[in-house]
Design a protein around this ligand. Structure first.
Ligand SMILES: *[C@@H]1O[C@H](CO)[C@@H](O)[C@H](O)[C@H]1NC(C)=O
Length: 272
């Protein structure tokens, strides 16, 4: 049996479609860009509840996710520390092009495109003078080495086992500065965490954090940053129960940024 390693989260980012000025950089081939645009227009209509993925079976998707995601000890939703914001809202990135195939690179581009389409964040290829940047690579697990801008190179690891658009968006979320939704200080009003079913070594991943800045946004079951119902379960029993049962099959299933994910990023980065 595969160990339920949740990787939800951490870092990812890749891409680079625009310069800060908003001009296209001729770095991403046009056909890729067109593809990404098509996908984004679908995502535009997205509100969490309309997302088709919400109807999909919990088991398949959440397992899929669980097997990819590894929590880090860092806490997530929006990091309070404003020095963790990316300078000028620009996220320089590198991709290890030897490790990713063409389809994978496309998914990374798409995910970056989606984040920047909905926010004032801009991904661009790292230039030599950029000291702080994100590197997309394939490590052992799916993770992001930090959240928000940490200084120097920060890695987003996306091995095959967890490589999909959902985890890519999620890991980029961490790089931007997002915490996991269920770590919000007010989470007990919305979910019940079943400690007895959690693997001991991952219990820390379910701790609440007072370091989270929510910007007054509501708890969001549909966030790309939410764990699924069976995250790090040691016995296949439920680890996260939603107080509103109608969201039980929704947490951890979202394939796109939610309405509030987008709002949060815009608030963090003063987009408007
Ligand atoms: C990122 O990956 C590189 C190359 O594997 C490694 O040398 C470096 O220590 C990693 N950085 C972090 C913060 O883990």
């Amino acid at each position: 049996m595969m160990r339920n390693i949740v990787c939800f989260a951490v870092v990812l980012v890749v891409a680079d479609l625009y310069l800060t000025s908003g001009r296209f950089v001729n770095y991403v081939p046009n056909d890729r860009l067109e593809d990404a645009k098509d996908k984004v227009s679908v995502g535009d209509e997205l509100t969490a509840l309309e997302d088709e993925s919400l109807d999909s079976g919990v088991t398949k998707n959440s397992r899929n996710l669980l097997n990819h995601l590894i929590p880090t000890r860092e806490k997530r939703k929006a990091v309070k520390d404003s020095s963790r914001r990316w300078t000028n809202n620009e996220i320089p990135f590198e991709i290890d092009y030897f490790q990713f195939n063409k389809d994978e690179v496309q998914i990374i581009y798409d995910a970056m495109y989606i984040w920047q389409h909905h926010t004032c964040l801009r991904f661009r290829p790292r230039e030599t003078h950029d000291r702080n940047f994100v590197k997309f690579m394939k490590g052992e697990f799916c993770y992001s080495t930090t959240h928000g801008m940490n200084g120097g190179q920060q890695n987003i690891s996306l091995p095959q086992v967890c490589f999909n658009r959902q985890s890519t968006l999620h890991e980029i979320g961490h790089a931007i500065g997002f915490y996991h939704e269920h770590k919000r200080p007010d989470r007990d009003q919305y979910i019940t965490v079943h400690e007895e079913n959690i693997e001991d070594k991952f219990k820390y991943a379910f701790e609440k954090s007072n370091e989270i800045e929510t910007y007054g946004l509501p708890y969001d079951y549909t966030s790309i940053m939410h764990y699924p119902w069976n995250a790090f379960s040691k016995n296949n029993e439920i680890t996260i129960q939603t107080k509103d049962p109608s969201f039980q099959n929704i947490i951890g299933q979202t394939q796109d940024l939610s309405y509030y994910d987008i709002q949060l990023a815009n608030l963090m980065y003063n987009c408007r």
